[in-house]
Design a protein around this ligand. Sequence first.
Ligand code: CUA
Length: 361
Amino acid sequence: AKRSFASAAPLLLLASASVASAAQTLSIGDMHSSYNRNIWWMSVAVIVMAILIFIGVSYALFYTVNKFREDKHTAEPDQFHGNNRLEQLLIGVPVIIVTIITILAARTMAIVNPTPADALHVNVTGAQFWWAFEYPDTPVTGGTVNVTNGNELVIPAGRQVAVTVTAKDVIHAFWAPNLGGQRDAIPGSKKTFQIDTDQPGVYQGNCTVLCGASHANMRFKVVALPKAQYDAFIAGAQAYKAPAPANSSEQNGYNIFMQGKASAAAAPCASCHRIQGTPAAGAVGPDLSYFGSRNTLGAGIWEGKAREAHIQPWIKNCPSVKPGCLMPVYEKLSDTDLADLEAYLLSLKLPESAAYWGKVP
Ligand code: CUA
């Protein structure tokens, strides 16, 4: 019965046609998010009022045009001035309408804006052209940092998530339409707002402020897990230590990652990237601690198999596969070295109990 409203044509302006369909369809009409539900029903109320006003005004207009048509009235209609009743009506009705809309808007803001006391907090940092997701108050075992992931945000379904948004370089904007509102990510500013869903799933997010050459390639995934799986991810991520290289290929990849290679004539990967449990502690680029357990590459440009096919071209010449990518070019690395780096990166896996892809029921 709720969804029957969606068949009203004007409402389609507000949401994509597939209100009811789940993950991966970008939709602000996704009713699995309490944030979206609140905004949606307020919008419906305002639109219904607008439709009623439109009908009333149209009726009055056509009634008048018809009643005072020239072929019915050759003489000028009666003239009058000073009708208190009419003036009270013309001022009173709009005041009532605006008051109702103000109350509705204030009520909705009072519901969606305050951060609930039991919300999960996540710090989000936008950078050209990727996202960092940090979970405050989840210190890594034996370390000084919190659990952090790049471009893939893992959240528990059924719980409000308070997202605090900022940026490193230029203005970006964080938006996962199925999960709630959008906020600008501005360097030096921190803004907190809520996202949520009651449905485990994989949701698409995008940067929504033009921020440079790869603005369109600045995506992210939100993986909403059942609570038990989410807790297992955080516990596994806190205790995570990158596995030692298991063979000579991974060992060579590890060495190049940590120390670089003289012949590559470029900085080692470790000077910009972090891998938990290794000396690599760079914070310039995305955290790669569990790169092997991820499913996306390049802030969501590629997924799954397509991702694996692009790892080596990515390392070799990032700007050629992602315009504006700030990573140096490593074209002087041999094909073997590139393959070894890929092998090492793919070996960086969370324990199966803590992995989050494939855990959505
Ligand atoms: Cu970042 Cu657009």
